[in-house]
Design a protein around this ligand. Structure first.
Ligand SMILES: Cc1cc2nc3c(=O)[nH]c(=O)nc-3n(C[C@H](O)[C@H](O)[C@H](O)COP(=O)(O)O)c2cc1C
Length: 156
């Protein structure tokens, strides 16, 4: 099964998990990056993120896989940090600009302590035509635990 790990990260935690998944299952990596990057200063970042959530913004992305590039994948792991009890808005920009029809989508998230807060259900609503698994919070998972979790989803 040709697999992609698409992820958004701000401080690197989601990226570490994404890389562990990719190396465990032999997947490609795609980082979701907005054109306008978030402020490096944490408090400013939380303010920008809150405004984006409240306005249901769709920040433009630096790159979106072309149809040809994205068609190659049968399964997509989608990773993000929990931001204001949701996925960051660039994740929705991504989901609304790729064709997920017929693909398996496996959401995972990292948080500062809260749960998924229904973000996996919101992701599922945005992922038109995909088979979406229940999301998993990977807080505290070792690389070995992440590998086992990822392989299970692909029946490896
Ligand atoms: C803008 C912003 C909003 C956040 N909101 C939440 C939240 O609602 N609940 C929570 O548990 N953690 C929240 N956090 C913490 C992150 O989810 C947590 O630090 C995560 O591990 C970051 O992943 P990353 O390193 O891939 O960016 C927030 C962090 C930021 C920057």
């Amino acid at each position: 099964m040709k697999t992609l790990v698409a992820y958004f990260t701000y401080s690197g935690n989601t990226e570490r998990a994404a890389k562990a998944i990719a190396s465990a299952v032999g997947a490609d990596l795609f980082r979701i990056r907005p054109v306008v990057s978030y402020p490096a200063e944490y408090a400013s970042c939380t303010r920008v993120a809150k405004t984006e959530k409240n306005t249901d913004a769709r920040p433009a992305l630096m790159k979106i896989p072309t149809r040809e590039e994205f068609d190659r994948y049968d399964a997509v792991f989608l990773g993000y940090p929990i931001w204001w009890y949701d996925a960051p808005m660039p994740v929705y920009t991504f989901l609304e600009n790729v064709d997920l029809c017929g693909k398996l989508l496996v959401p995972f998230a990292l948080s500062g302590g809260s749960g998924l807060c229904g973000s996996d259900q919101a992701v599922a609503r945005a992922a038109k035509g995909a088979t979406v698994r229940a999301g998993t919070l990977l807080n505290g998972f070792s690389d070995a635990e992440i590998a086992a979790w990822a392989k299970k989803h692909l029946n490896m």
